[in-house]
Design a protein around this ligand. Structure first.
Ligand code: HEM
Length: 512
C-alpha cells in the first residue's frame, strides 16, 4: 500500500460551495475532519458527489491495442449480449479460445487510472471465466438441487495461463488490488454504463458492460447494487458531517446529520428491495458460479497457480457484496464493528475489508478510528432524542441485513447444498453472526434509552419513546426466529462453524 495523503473534502469534482454549507464550523476538538486518500490516483476516490462509485463512469471498451481481449470478452457470455446467441462459455470453448487467441499483452506502460481499471475489470472477468468454466459446465449438468442435481461444482482449473496471469498481476499491482475479480473495481461498480448519457444513475438508465451469463437476472443482480451505491454520496457527506458535529459537541447539527444519514440509508434499502423484481431467485445459481473465489472453496482444494508469476498457489476470496462499503461504513460509525464477537466469523469480516479499492479501505479505517476517538456512540446515548436517532440507524442496518438474509435463503439456500458463499464464508452462519450483533446492539440501546430517567435538556418525546419500544420488541422477535433458522439449516450444510475449511483434506476424505 502506498503512503496515504490526506484528502480535503473539497475535491475538484465536488462543488466547494455546496460542501461548505454542509459542514459545521470547527468546535472544541478543532478542525474539520479530512480522510486519508491513497497516494496513487484512483478512479475509486471517495467524494460526497460519487460516494463509493468511481469518479467517472467506467470505460465501456478497451483501447484498440487490446482488441483480442475485447473480442474474447464480447464472445464469452453463456448468451452473448450483442447477438443473443450462445457464447464461448455455453459450449466450454472459452478456455481453448484464451489459449489460442490471447497475446501476452505488455501493460507495463499503462498509467491512466481509467484504462487500468478497465483492464483490471476485463482481465479479472476473463480469469474467473477461465478458472470456473469447468465448474459451470458441471453445475449446469448436475449441480442444481432444484433440477435434481447434487449441488456440487466439481473442480476448477488449477493453473491460470500466463497470457491472463502476468498482465492481470501487473495491473492489480498498479491499482493496489489483489489479482482476482473484485466487487468494486471489476464485477459491480466498474461494470455499468448509462443508457442515456444525459440522465442519472437510476436503475432504468443503467446497462451492463460485461457479463458471464448475459441473462436478464444477472443484469438485474449487478445493477441493483450500482443503483444502491448511487446514493452513497449522501451517506458519505452525512457521515463526515456527523463526525464533525460530534467533535464540535454540536447536538443540533449532530441530530440533523443523523437524520440525513438515515434518509440516505432509507433510499438504499428501498432500492435493495427492488432486487426481487429485477433478478429472479430461481436464476441466481445459473450465473453465480463465475463469481466464486479460490479461497475456502472445494473447487480449488490446492488453490490456483499463476503461470509466469510464481509456482506458489494463490487463494483469493470471490466477488461478494461483502466488499461493498455501505454497511461497513455504518457499522464503523455506530461502533458495531468493535462489538463484533471475537470469533472465526468476525475474522472473515475483517478479511473482507481488504478486498476493495485502497481508498475504500482507508475510508473505513478512518471512520472506525474517528468514531471511536470521538465516542460517537456515547455522545449519541447522552441525549435521549439523539439516542433514538442512533437506534433508528441501527434499525436501518438491521433492515439491510434482515432483507439480505432473506435473499440468501431464497436465492441460494433453497437451490443448493454448497457450503460456502462466493466470498468463501460459511453460508449458514456468517451472515447471521452480524445480524445478531446488530439485534443485540438494538436491544442494549433501547434498554439504555428506557432506563435513562435523568433530566435532560431535550426530554424524550412520546413518539420517540414508542419507537424505541417497538424496535426493541422487533429485535427480540427477530433474534428468536434467526436462532431457530440457523439451528435447522446447520443440519443441512457442513463446515458451518469453520472460517477456513481445509478442502484438500475434505477432498481426500470424500474420495476415501
Ligand atoms: C440476490 C441478492 C443477494 C444475495 C443472494 C447475496 C448473498 C450474499 C452472501 C451469501 C453473502 C456472504 C458473504 C460471502 O459472499 O461469502 C453476502 C454478503 C454481503 N452482501 Fe450480499 N447478496 C445479495 C445482494 C446484495 C446487495 C444488493 C448488496 C448491496 C450492496 C449486498 C451486500 C452485501 C454485504 C454488505 C454483505 C456483508 C454482510 C454483513 O456484513 O453482514 N448483497 N451476500
Amino acid at each position: 500500500m502506498h503512503l496515504p495523503r490526506t484528502l480535503p473534502l473539497s475535491l475538484p469534482t465536488f462543488s466547494r460551495r455546496t460542501l461548505a454549507t454542509h459542514l459545521p464550523s470547527g468546535g472544541p476538538l478543532g478542525t474539520h475532519a479530512s480522510f486519508p486518500v491513497s497516494a496513487t490516483p484512483s478512479e475509486f476516490t471517495i467524494t460526497p458527489r460519487n460516494g463509493f462509485l468511481p469518479l467517472h463512469d467506467p470505460l465501456t471498451t478497451l483501447p484498440p491495442r487490446y482488441a483480442a481481449l475485447e473480442s474474447l470478452l464480447t464472445r464469452m457470455p453463456l448468451t452473448r449480449m450483442d447477438t443473443h446467441q450462445p457464447g464461448l462459455l455455453a459450449t466450454g470453448d472459452f478456455g481453448p479460445a484464451v489459449k489460442d487467441e490471447l497475446p501476452l499483452y505488455d501493460v507495463s506502460s499503462e498509467t491512466d487510472p481509467r484504462v487500468l481499471t478497465a483492464l483490471f475489470r476485463d482481465y479479472t472477468f476473463a480469469a474467473s471465466a477461465y478458472l470456473l468454466e469447468p465448474c459451470d459446465l458441471h453445475n449446469r449438468q448436475r449441480g442444481q438441487v432444484a433440477g435434481g442435481g447434487d449441488g456440487t461444482y466439481g473442480l476448477g482449473r488449477s493453473v491460470l495461463p500466463k497470457n491472463l496471469a502476468v498482465p492481470m498481476v501487473q495491473v492489480a499491482a498498479k491499482l493496489g488490488a489483489k489479482p482476482f475479480m473484485e466487487y468494486a473495481q471489476s464485477y459491480a461498480l466498474y461494470n455499468y454504463a448509462r443508457v442515456d448519457a444525459g440522465k442519472g444513475l437510476e436503475y432504468d438508465n443503467l446497462k451492463l458492460i460485461r457479463a458471464f451469463s448475459g441473462m436478464e437476472s444477472e443484469h438485474g443482480f449487478i445493477l441493483v447494487h450500482v443503483a444502491m451505491v448511487a446514493h452513497t454520496g449522501a451517506q458519505v457527506a452525512a457521515t463526515v458531517n456527523a463526525l464533525n458535529a460530534a467533535a464540535a459537541h454540536d447536538r443540533a447539527a449532530f441530530n440533523t446529520h443523523l437524520i440525513a444519514m438515515r434518509t440516505a440509508l432509507q433510499h438504499i434499502n428501498a432500492q435493495m428491495e427492488t432486487m426481487w423484481r429485477h433478478s429472479s431467485p430461481a436464476d441466481y445459481l445459473k450465473f453465480r458460479t463465475f463469481i466464486m473465489g479460490t479461497k475456502n472453496q472445494p473447487m480449488f482444494p490446492r488453490g490456483v497457480v499463476y503461470e509466469g508469476v510464481s509456482d506458489q498457489p494463490t487463494f483469493y476470496r470471490g466477488e461478494s457484496g461483502a466488499n461493498d462499503s455501505i454497511v461497513p461504513t455504518l457499522d464503523n460509525f455506530l461502533a458495531v464493528t468493535e462489538n463484533m464477537p471475537e470469533n472465526a466469523l468476525t475474522e472473515i469480516l475483517r478479511d473482507f475489508r481488504s478486498y476493495r479499492p485502497e481508498n475504500h479501505t482507508l475510508w473505513l479505517q478512518w471512520v472506525e478510528e474517528r468514531a471511536k476517538t470521538l465516542g460517537v456512540r456515547q455522545f449519541a446515548l447522552a441525549d435521549p432524542n439523539s439516542a433514538v436517532l442512533y437506534l433508528s440507524l441501527l434499525d436501518q442496518l438491521r433492515e439491510f441485513r434482515a432483507r439480505h438474509w432473506n435473499f440468501t435463503k431464497q436465492y441460494i439456500l433453497k437451490h443448493t447444498r454448497h457450503p460456502t458463499a462466493t466470498g468463501g464464508s460459511p453460508i449458514v452462519t456468517w451472515l447471521p453472526n452480524q445480524l445478531s450483533v446488530v439485534l443485540s446492539a438494538m436491544t442494549q440501546t433501547a434498554t439504555a434509552i428506557g432506563n435513562n430517567t435523568t433530566s435532560s435538556a431535550s426530554p424524550l418525546t412520546t413518539e420517540n419513546r414508542h419507537l424505541a419500544q417497538e424496535l426493541l420488541e422487533n429485535a427480540a422477535t427477530q433474534q428468536r426466529i434467526l436462532d431457530r433458522e440457523v439451528r435447522e439449516l446447520k443440519l443441512r450444510f457442513e463446515h458451518q462453524d469453520e472460517a477456513d475449511t481445509d478442502w484438500s483434506r475434505a477432498e481426500v476424505a470424500a474420495q476415501a
